[in-house]
Design a protein around this ligand. Sequence first.
Ligand SMILES: O=c1[nH]c(=O)c2ncn([C@@H]3O[C@H](COP(=O)(O)OP(=O)(O)OP(=O)(O)O)[C@@H](O)[C@H]3O)c2[nH]1
Ligand SMILES: [Mg+2]
Length: 204
Amino acid sequence: MTEIVIATKNAGKVREFAALFEKRGIEVKSLLDFPDVPDVEETGSTFAENAKIKAEAAADRLRRPVIADDSGLAVDALGGRPGVYSARYAGEEKNDARNIAKLLSELEGVPMEKRTARFHCALAVAIPGRPTAVVEATCDGYITEAPRGEGGFGYDPVFYVPERGKTMAELAPDEKNVISHRAKALAKLEEQWDDIIGEKGESE
Ligand SMILES: O=c1[nH]c(=O)c2ncn([C@@H]3O[C@H](COP(=O)(O)OP(=O)(O)OP(=O)(O)O)[C@@H](O)[C@H]3O)c2[nH]1
Ligand SMILES: [Mg+2]
């Protein structure tokens, strides 16, 4: 396989997948390259369900193997919110700055030791005519009291990674792509790659 479609229009995800797959000699295309593929409603109650919905809809339409990523942030002090609503936390228009502002205001007064959180990533691989495979991974951290750093996307400026002493947005892209929920999920996928893709993928 020399090319894979990621069923997303999120430019931050596309960038990360492009870097992660480049190392493996695979070129990444996204729904930004296939603007005719309609958006699907993310009606699932879990990351895995939503990843499956997005992957299967795009694979049906494109008639080729597709990977979808459903991801988000679960904050313990908020009972796991924003969770599957992470992208649309502060409204349907999906604005990162407004999402961060809402998160920080909900956590006002919560001390650092209680600001634990984790990023989740579910990756679904849909191949026409085969059952869809899903893998999941997480990355633990804390929500800071103010944004720091310019890298990444989404909630990265307020997600503190204790092992690195930095927010995700302060990490170099290569560093984020080693420790992130997305990188870990992709590593799991790779372990199962031959079973999932099999000969069909190899003949691409
Ligand atoms: O700081 C972050 N670093 C990350 O690494 C990350 N991964 C996910 N997220 C957040 O979770 C939403 C995903 O929601 P989501 O999976 O529905 O994606 P999306 O709607 O943006 O695009 P699509 O893939 O559905 O087209 C995103 O928008 C972000 O707010 C992240 N935030
Ligand atoms: Mg989405």
